[in-house]
Design a protein around this ligand. Structure first.
Ligand code: ADP
Ligand code: MG
Ligand code: ZN
Length: 620
């Protein structure tokens, strides 16, 4: 990097911009000063007067020549905590002053700064000037010809985000539930520690190992554990960092990476998200990406370039092996693939043990029960879950994590943060009917998962939720189970329809219907569960954006496509009829449950079960 004034200016541009914003924010006393006083909530003047009468106002700061006040208030509907609230005052606050004095409230006024207009104009000018100046410099820099490959390379090197950890500190014991992968890797560890065992008998050790699996299943952790167990340095870089807009940077980063690794052998090179560079060549949408291909070629060259026994092992991770370039998977490159999947019951239990070993658990917490309740959770989800529970326990001043924190944490990981419930109005009733619809249909169908709870407390995107207790790991699902799920998912819309009428149904069922459509279509095209018969009509990978599946069209004729649509339609229609029937036949209990739900906001599964049994025991 040359230290010319241009370079210095170029690099200082972001700093100047930052300084500008800080200056705008802190120094320029503009008319918005009141807003800077973290008062995210507001209240009306009327409400403020009410609060004043009740004696809930503790302190008043006047801003803006009396147009605005930031008040500190305590009140039962403020959670009994002191909160800063913003109030717009209609009367410049003068007539308030005697009242405030009388009530003995702390009062302060902050004058407007008269210079503010000038400061504002100056402030607003500086930014455009900086921007234009910076852009001009950038253009000159890229036009003056010196910015050829040489400069690009040094640019790349100075920025290359290769991370080196001399000791990762991760051991195999920290990774749980992936026993097969660990076994495979044991061999790699032995090789890194005692290569002579292999070289003496003339064995060739794999240069590259590809870890395939969904996000959060512990691929990075495994790679680190290998380095940790073998006591060798760990070089890591993410595939997406190879691919940048400066041509040639990717390839030069690959070269750098291997150069550094060779100097530190034996070691592990870890390439995360290798699909970012290693995607099948020539399938890029909108023309190939030369930069990516160059990077990939460089990677292939480097991998061929060193002998297997120099002590470098390249581990790459991806969640899609199917879109990788075939050249990457040839012998002598990533010829060994290890799949790391979402853990099963036993795996989850083992991971939970790892992540609770440093936490205090109350006696009522059973890791077995948590593991049973969390099918589909990845290792990262489980780690997150235990951490959330611990944070919650700390916030509640508990000495150990109890089952109630775990419950909240599971809900949070599955469905996002809790929101505030709606006030009682028509739409709350409608949501209640919708959820009770899911719950009742789910409860009455023999093949449906059991209802765990119904709640009107919104979470994430959902405004109400019905939780089902997933049955044990669901690798094999029968036709009647899928059908039951479809009927259950339609229960919400069916209830809206039956209770409020066709014209009142809402968009609330959008998500349900999406699931329904996907389940019904898969029944027909993947699982051979329709009248078309046991034909698989679609390949598994249907990602329209990436890789090979783009190239291969559908494997069936237009006629079959029409048949598929018809079958899907029939399935959904039948299921909807069934859902409507169940809702109509159980209207009394549904009305009762809705009232109960609106009152209590949450009904637990056991209680629901009891209520339903009591009712259905009475013959209609
Ligand atoms: P990936 O690279 O597959 O996306 P990571 O290795 O980054 O996943 O996992 C993220 C975190 O999740 C880890 O740091 C660890 O705390 C936890 N985790 C994931 N899988 C496991 C596992 N099998 N055993 C223990 N912890 C795990
Ligand atoms: Mg990772
Ligand atoms: Zn729904």
């Amino acid at each position: 990097m040359k230290f010319s004034w241009k370079n210095i200016l170029l690099w200082s541009l972001p700093i100047l911009v930052t300084i500008f914003f800080v200056w705008q924010g802190l120094l320029v006393p503009n008319s918005n000063e009141a807003g800077k006083n973290v008062a995210s909530s507001r209240m009306t003047y009327g409400r403020f007067l009410e609060y004043l009468d009740m004696g809930w106002i503790k302190k008043v700061d006047l801003y803006d020549g009396g147009h605005t006040a930031i008040v500190e208030a305590v009140g039962p509907d403020l959670g009994n905590r002191i909160q800063r609230i913003r109030v717009e005052l209609p009367t410049l606050g003068q007539e308030l002053i005697p009242r405030l004095k009388q009530a003995n409230i702390d009062l302060d006024a902050h004058p407007i700064n008269n210079n503010s207009a000038i400061w504002n104009i100056l402030g607003n000018l500086v930014f455009p000037i900086l921007l234009v100046g910076g852009l001009a410099l950038l253009f000159r820099r890229s036009n003056n010809g010196a910015g050829g490959p040489g400069q690009a390379r040094s640019f790349g090197r100075s920025k290359a985000n290769i991370q080196m950890e001399a000791k990762t500190g991760v051991q195999f014991d920290d990774v749980a539930g992936v026993d097969e992968a660990k076994e495979e890797f044991q061999e790699v560890v032995t090789f890194l520690k005692r290569p002579e065992l292999f070289t003496d008998v003339g064995a060739r050790v794999p240069k590259g190992v590809l870890l395939v699996g969904p996000p959060g299943t512990g691929k990075t952790l495994l790679a680190k554990a290998i380095a940790g167990e073998a006591g060798v340095p760990f070089f890591s870089i993410s595939g997406s960092e190879f691919v940048e807009m400066f041509v040639g940077v990717g390839a030069s980063r690959v070269r750098d990476l291997f150069k550094q690794a060779k100097a530190n052998a034996p070691c592990i090179i870890f390439i995360d998200e290798i699909d970012a560079v290693g995607r099948q060549r020539g399938t890029g949408i909108g023309g190939g990406n030369d930069e990516r291909e160059q990077t990939l070629n460089q990677l292939l060259t480097e991998m061929d370039g060193f002998e297997g026994n120099t002590g470098i092992i390249v581990i790459a991770a991806t969640n899609r092996a199917d879109i990788l370039d075939a050249a990457l998977l040839r012998p002598g490159r990533f010829d060994r693939q290890i799949t790391v999947d979402v853990p099963d019951y036993k795996g989850r239990l083992a991971i939970l043990k790892v992540h609770s070993s440093n936490k205090k658990l109350a006696d009522d917490v059973s890791l077995e029960a948590i593991s049973r309740r969390t099918p589909g959770f990845s290792g990262a989800d489980l780690a997150n879950l235990m951490n959330e529970a611990a944070i919650l326990a700390a916030r509640r001043y508990k000495e150990a994590i109890s089952i109630s924190e775990v419950d909240v944490a599971i809900d949070r990981v599955v469905a996002g943060m809790e929101g505030t419930p709606l006030v009682d109005n028509k739409s709350k009733r409608l949501i209640a009917y919708h959820e009770v619809g899911h719950a009742i249909v789910g409860s009455l169908l023999r093949h449906h998962d059991k209802v765990q709870k119904v709640t009107l407390i919104p979470r994430g995107q959902a405004r109400g939720l019905t939780w089902f207790m997933p049955s044990e790991d669901q690798t094999l699902i029968s036709r009647s189970q899928i059908l039951a799920r479809i009927v259950g998912a339609l229960g919400g819309r069916a209830a809206e329809d039956v209770v409020f009428g066709d014209s009142e149904v809402t968009t609330g069922a959008g998500n349900d219907l999406q699931q329904v459509a996907s389940m019904a279509r898969q029944m027909v095209t993947r699982f051979g569960m329709s009248q078309i018969g046991p034909l698989s009509l679609e390949s598994q990978s249907t990602d329209p954006f990436l890789g090979r599946s783009m190239m291969s069209g559908s494997d069936y004729s237009d006629g079959v496509a029409t048949d598929i649509d018809k079958q899907v339609q029939t399935i959904v229609e039948e299921c909807y009829k069934e859902a409507v029937k169940i809702i109509k036949n159980n209207r009394v209990i549904i009305d009762y449950l809705v009232d109960l739900l609106i009152e209590k906001e949450t009904i637990e599964g056991d209680e629901l079960q009891k209520i339903i049994q009591n009712y259905t025991a009475i013959p209609v």
